[in-house]
Ligand binder design. Structure first.
Ligand code: CS2
Length: 513
């Protein structure tokens, strides 16, 4: 009779001293670590990015910067990270290479999905001097086209009526700040780490929009005691899959329900605008600068612009991951030309960065076959992403009378992606986007006519500002690309735009009969 295999042990504090030597582990004493900051939204990106910088900082100089991780939306943390004492494995993967490290900076986790109370208790406490957030673009309850608080958002409607039991992120932060003001009064920095331009300004705008309606001095107290720096964050870290968890078990011999996987590249540029104590992430690779705008534009328009383009066009071409889409010669040629010819000229100079080299580096990152970044994941919440990734560079080019033939194709790609998920277009795939219902309604009403479809969707003024939506060149280019993307040969849109945009000297002579 064969002996039963020994059960695989789960990662936790007691396993730390027995981890295989191939797995790097915290070099500092976790038991001595006091919490000094909180993070809201402990997803793969936080665990792979800010938490790694914090872990580097704690190794560099042990300090009271332990992190309390809070989730206010699913999934619950108690069963995964919580059960592992906050520990998890961060894998860095590049093609066949895997580097493993257990990150130790998260000292406690808090589930606050059912009620705001557990989150508020942490956020309002006098020991917390820094709050970082990754709550996704839509977590800010802002109107994508102008960044103002969306007063019609159901959670905001709720929070305006029930300010002490908030549901939204802005509502929760406004309430936490109100509690701080009424108790210890300590200053705090709220640092958005979501991938939105001027994320600090947006966070401040939505929090202050609620605070100013309180009429109790909260807005003024916030102005004097709270900082909202903007930040550019970068590392590709797709959703963890069962295969990643399996890889850790197979290679390193333990079970970890909270594994995250990222690429080697990482970058964090933070506006130097703080209130109170600040973790010195600048000592471990982050950059503190006066203005993050040039860094944000570069990253969102080049790397993220390429990702969104490859994601939606990739799905339409039947491709699963970013690395599959960029392995397609047509899509690769398209995205490079779009970035070099149309996107780069919209960018301001970025200290220390050569734009062409940045494009090549970005495309290289997207070719990493070990990063299984699903095109559908990137296409998720596209309505919240296309403004900064595609529409802003388009607007800048149109203002200078420059061509937008290439950048319009992924805009049409986003439309085609969403409308093909509607019942009218056969529900080709499930989608997750706050505007999916609205787009489906338009598709139902207009049917297949590309001109009517494009007109209907470009009229959504919370995404497309009216100046852009009514521009004839833009509308024409989107309509023409959409027509082809909805045909049996969707990639004709990509081929056509490449041929059209091709400088005359490169055009092939017409074939003679
Ligand atoms: C991606 C980003 O899902 C997405 O929208 O484009 O998460 C991207 O991987 C990160 O911004 C990279 O830093």
């Amino acid at each position: 009779m064969r002996a039963a295999a020994a059960p695989v042990e789960t990662l936790g504090p007691e396993l730390l001293s027995r981890l295989p030597s191939a797995v790097q582990k915290p070099s500092y004493d976790r038991t001595a670590l006091a919490p000094g900051m909180a993070h809201i939204g402990v997803g793969a990106f936080h665990r792979c990015h800010q938490a790694e910088y914090t872990d580097d900082l704690l190794s560099h100089r042990p300090d009271s910067w332990g992190v309390i991780g809070i989730n206010i939306r699913p999934p619950r943390l108690a069963e995964t990270l919580g059960g592992q004492g906050g520990l998890y494995t961060r894998l860095i993967r590049q093609d066949i290479h895997v580097e493993a490290r257990v990150i130790g900076g998260i000292v406690r986790v808090v589930d606050s999905q059912e009620s705001a109370a557990p989150a508020l208790e942490v956020l309002a406490s006098s020991g917390i001097d820094m709050v970082t957030l990754t709550v996704t673009e839509k977590g800010y309850c802002q109107i994508p086209s102008n960044g103002a608080l969306d007063l019609d958002h159901p959670d905001i409607v709720h929070d305006l009526a029930n300010p002490q039991t908030p549901r939204s992120v802005p509502g929760m932060l406004a309430r936490a700040l109100e509690l701080r003001m009424a108790s210890h009064g300590r200053p705090v920095t709220l640092l958005s780490c979501d991938n939105i331009p001027t994320n600090g300004v947006i966070l401040e705008t939505v929090v202050q929009a609620l605070a100013s309606r309180r009429n109790n001095g909260l807005a003024d107290w916030i102005s004097a005691n709270v900082a909202f720096p903007s930040a550019m964050v970068d590392r590709i870290a797709p959703a963890t899959t069962p295969a990643d968890i399996e890889l850790v078990a197979r290679r390193f011999g333990y079970h970890d329900a909270a594994v995250v996987v990222g690429e080697p590249f990482r970058q964090w540029v933070i506006e130097q605008k703080f209130a109170g104590r600040v973790p010195r992430w600048d000592l471990v690779g982050a950059t503190f600068v006066g203005d993050v705008t040039p860094f944000e534009h570069l990253k969102m328009r080049v790397l993220n612009g390429a990702q969104t383009t490859l994601a939606t066009l990739g799905v339409l071409a039947g491709l699963e991951h970013t690395s599959d889409a960029i392995a397609d010669p047509l899509l690769a040629a398209f995205v490079r030309r779009m970035l070099v010819e149309e996107t780069l000229p919209t960018l301001m100079p970025v200290p220390g960065v050569a734009p062409q080299a940045y494009v090549e580096q970005s495309l290289g990152r997207l070719r990493n076959t070990a990063i299984r970044h699903r095109n559908h994941q990137i296409a998720t919440d596209g309505s919240q992403k296309i403004v900064q990734r595609l529409l802003n560079p388009i607007r800048d080019r149109l203002a200078k009378g420059e061509s937008i033939a290439l950048l319009s194709v992924p805009v049409a790609g986003w439309i085609a992606y969403l409308i093909q998920a509607s019942a009218r277009f056969g529900k080709r795939w499930p989608v997750s986007d706050p505007y999916a219902g609205k787009v489906a309604e338009i598709a139902d009403a207009t049917g297949r006519d590309p001109e009517m479809l494009a007109a209907g969707i470009l009229a959504i003024d919370t995404i497309f500002d009216p100046g852009l939506a009514t521009n004839g060149d833009f509308r024409g280019a989107v309509t023409s690309a959409l027509d082809k993307l909805l045909s049996d040969d969707p990639m004709a849109a990509v081929r056509h735009s490449l041929e059209q945009g091709e400088p005359a000297r490169l055009k092939r002579p017409a074939q003679s009969a």
